[in-house]
Design a binder for this molecule. Sequence first.
Ligand code: PLP
Length: 287
Amino acid sequence: TTVYLNGDFIPAEQAKISPMDRGFLFGDGIYEVIPSYSGRFVGFAPHIDRMHSGLGQLSIDPQLSHEKWQHIAEQLVADNKAELGDNLGVYFQVSRGTDTKRGHAFPTNVAPTVFGFVFAIPPEPVADKAKATIYNVVTGQDLRWQRCNIKSTSLLGNVLHYQQGAEQGAQEILLFDKQGNLTEGAAVNVFVIKDGVIATPPLSTKLLPGITRQILLAILAKHSDIEVQERDISEAEVLAADEIWITSSSKEIAPVLTVNNNPVGDGQVGDVWLAAQQLFSSHKFDY
Ligand code: PLP
């Protein structure tokens, strides 16, 4: 495997980062995952925009343009596709850099550490009820920090919540804030469908602005008449939904069939999901 580290494309086993790196000591960094199918990226520009936004909020500037990021991604795909195949996730991570001492304050004169690699992801999801990857989820209180809009490498809160679900036999966990409103999952955004209307929580500091969410909303607005609401969603509404979907870059739109071991709607993959995944599959490369 070839990886990118601080300007160089090198074999993975030669890539070395100091344990004094603030990414390691503090989780002081931002990451991004961009899907690539046969060399075509989904949402490359919005993914880079989100990464730049997160880096800006942390005052980290790796001084790389969209064009440079694209070049790195294309090179990583080209160098690794023979080994890893055509369905790849491009992972970028930028940390504040390696310091000589451990202190919370931002160090001066430290260059950000920029790392990129690719990994195999499942084939493109297909708009076919029989072939959908389905999910069973549980619910829980969102115990993460109050800046979940930042795609921080400090993923401990998400890791613990994911594990909380896994220990109950679930593949995701739907999280609710103190007011009882849905935020997101451990690694996904969430959509709830009732009587043909799609709802999803509005963007805020309580959830990651998912690129799949963003692209799906844009596609639905442009190519369908389905009503979409960005609004607060209570746990009662989630439990009474006809359909629930979870979205992420590698899953696209995935149907949830049980919540806390109870069927969602009629317990089958839904018609609105089929329509949405069809539209997503047709238009995702436009973004
Ligand atoms: N929410 C969280 C916490 C995530 O980690 C992710 C990404 O994996 C998402 C939502 C979905 O975001 P995207 O659609 O950009 O992959």
